[in-house]
Design a protein around this ligand. Sequence first.
Ligand code: SAH
Ligand code: SF4
Length: 429
Amino acid sequence: MNVSDSELMLGKLAAEGYTPVDSPEGADVVLVNTCAIRENAEQRVIGRLGEMRRHVGKDTILGVTGCMAQRLGPRLLESDTRVSLVVGPDAYRSLPHLIEAARKGERFAATDFDLEEHYEDFQARRFDGVKAWIPVQRGCDYRCTYCIVPYTRGPERSRRLDDVVRETREIVEQGLTEVVLLGQTVNSYTDGTHDFADLLRAVGAVDGIRRVRFTSPHPNDFSERVIAAMAEVETVCEHVHLPMQSGSSRTLKRMLRRYTREEYLACAAALRAAVPRLGLTTDIIVGFPGETDEDFEETLSAVREVAFDDAFLFKFSMREGTPATRLPAELLVPEAVVDERFDRLLETVRGIAREKNLRRLGERMEVLIEKEARKGGDMLQARSRDFKTVIVPGDATMIGTYLTVELTGTTGSTFSGTPVSVRAPLPVA
Ligand code: SAH
Ligand code: SF4
């Protein structure tokens, strides 16, 4: 969502005549787009701002945008005198105007929510030449007790289906074939007339689109209609990132996730039944206040039961103003316990992924080449429809193309693949 917001801001500023530069040294304006989801995300922002202060000229306008800007507002102007604008997620429209004001020496915090704001007239400047992020919903109406998002991104609202389809067509015209629909609970999408099932069908039917993904869905919003659309629309990829957060119903209740362990497992099972070869990944929080050894064991067993393909693990981080701050202090899980649980969970997740991946060696699949592999050496990084990373040989001219590969090796988490030419099977003599 933040990358997508950066693309919108860059598009707006480009329309106003600004051009991007490669380093802060030559910039007239530096905006640090921020996340507030965990304490360490904010620590990194503070580090980055310090770095920027050292590199930019004295006339450079320094601004903070995004969720941390929304959360701290004018407090950021007070704590960092070098910052002259603070702009929350619903106020990017005011950027050009605020930059002009900053040039005259003024300092502003723009943090009002705007429930109509979808930046429809902004032309996103996309960073990625292969897949396009499309925000379809902003804000969140859930109130998970640990989470800062409802306070930094405001109430949930969806774009009109026609607008999303129009943007998808423009993306195809720019030569991209994969889209990722974004929202905090993206499958609760509704524009008053259409639900997420309609959206999947409409976007999936756009000429030239070969892959449709979405993130993040909420288990409670997987209606039968949505699951049917996933199963029936060929361009919708066989992958769901389904945040679980915990495998203990007791913990889930205190997180206000609004589902039980059993309901989560049933949702995962329903998705798997409807979509063969579905890749399932998740988010899990370790050490939510009050999490006992027993609760944690339930998370471990749920992870084994679902056999996730991958999981993002997070240590619980207390966020100012969230309901979790009102839980009794004695419920806090000691750091050493959190660390130990985190390591154990990570080992479990990796072990399961490794086992599943080893079983897939020899399989053939279609991948989309995304970029050069990190280790270089004429290797490229590609993605399967079910979200596996596959490293294949080739050169940069192949980025953005599709290839059929055979999985020949695995590190346990990623695969190496060899391109194969697909021929019709030989007739049996
Ligand atoms: N809207 C998405 C989540 C967005 S935040 C959803 O509901 O699934 C991405 C992930 O960050 C969450 O899934 C959660 O695992 C993690 N997270 C959010 N708040 C957190 C906190 N206070 N401490 C630790 N992890 C947190
Ligand atoms: Fe946060 Fe919960 Fe909303 Fe996700 S659904 S953004 S975790 S409040």
